[in-house]
Design a protein around this ligand. Structure first.
Ligand code: ATP
Ligand code: MG
Length: 234
């Protein structure tokens, strides 16, 4: 297991959002986290990343306890995070956005700029464009490229397909599978269950801040009608 969270309890002030959340993310696979609006998906990623530290419970990455570590430390250990709504730097150009995000990998940088351009040729063309002048799809590509520049072993993506045209969603699916082929472990938050289930190995479902399903995608498929009806938007 690359990541293991155990009994997380996360609050915003007095509001108790994550209730005893436990799950594990196997290395080299794609795990998708599904759930309705407000179920606690983003809060789960924020708890792992140290942005909203849990009040109780533990987060282990490669066996090391990283609970409540500040985000820059979690990043440096090899966890990449693409937040909801992309959040690239709008006033920096593509090159600047990427240079700010570089983290040397332990055994030589794997995601060099050349490799990133091989995945996202459009970013080479847009090199001098400010982030705010990119299309929505290009901004999403830049956000993912920026996370890759940090050479993550675990890449967490929060609703990357949101707002993308169907053609770009298909490109995103192909990208995820390619990244998996490169050995990157993915934890993907999605509302678009159709896209997510097409690429995932493991499925987690959150309902009101608690894990209500965890298992292989094949097992999810067997119980799909019931789980969708109870815990997902249709
Ligand atoms: N900064 C915050 N302060 C207070 N409450 C918050 C904050 N962020 C989220 N919440 C609440 O925590 C709960 C979980 O929110 P979260 O954003 O984790 O859900 P989500 O599953 O990511 O939803 P969505 O699908 O809409 O992105 C919701 O009830 C939400 O209103
Ligand atoms: Mg969210």
């Amino acid at each position: 297991m690359l990541l293991a969270v155990e009994a997380l309890q996360t609050f915003y002030g007095k509001s108790h959002v994550l209730r005893d959340v436990s799950f594990a993310v196997p290395a080299g696979e794609i795990t998708v986290l599904l759930g309705r609006n407000g179920a606690g998906k983003t809060t789960t990623l924020r708890s792992i990343m140290g942005l909203t530290p849990p009040r109780a419970g533990t987060v282990r990455f490669k066996g090391q306890d990283i609970t409540g570590q500040p985000p820059h430390r979690v990043f440096r250990l090899g966890v990449g995070y693409v937040p909801e709504g992309r959040q690239i730097f709008p006033h920096l150009d593509v090159g600047e956005n990427l240079r700010l995000a570089t983290r040397p990998a332990g055994d030589g940088a794997r995601w060099t700029l050349d490799r990133i351009f091989e995945y996202f040729p459009v970013l080479r063309e847009r090199w001098r464009q400010q982030g705010r002048n990119l299309s929505g799809g290009e901004q999403q590509m830049l956000a993912i490229a920026r996370a890759l520049a940090g050479n993550p072993e675990l890449l967490m993506l929060d609703e990357p397909s949101q707002g993308l045209a169907p053609r770009l969603v298909r490109e995103l699916e192909a990208l995820m599978l390619r990244l998996k082929g490169e050995g990157v472990t993915l934890l993907l938050v999605e509302q678009n269950a159709r896209m997510a289930l097409g690429v995932s190995d493991q499925v987690l479902v959150l309902g009101k801040g608690a894990v209500v399903f965890a298992g292989a995608t094949t097992e999810f498929r067997r119980r799909e009608a019931e789980l969708k009806g109870r815990y997902l938007s249709v």
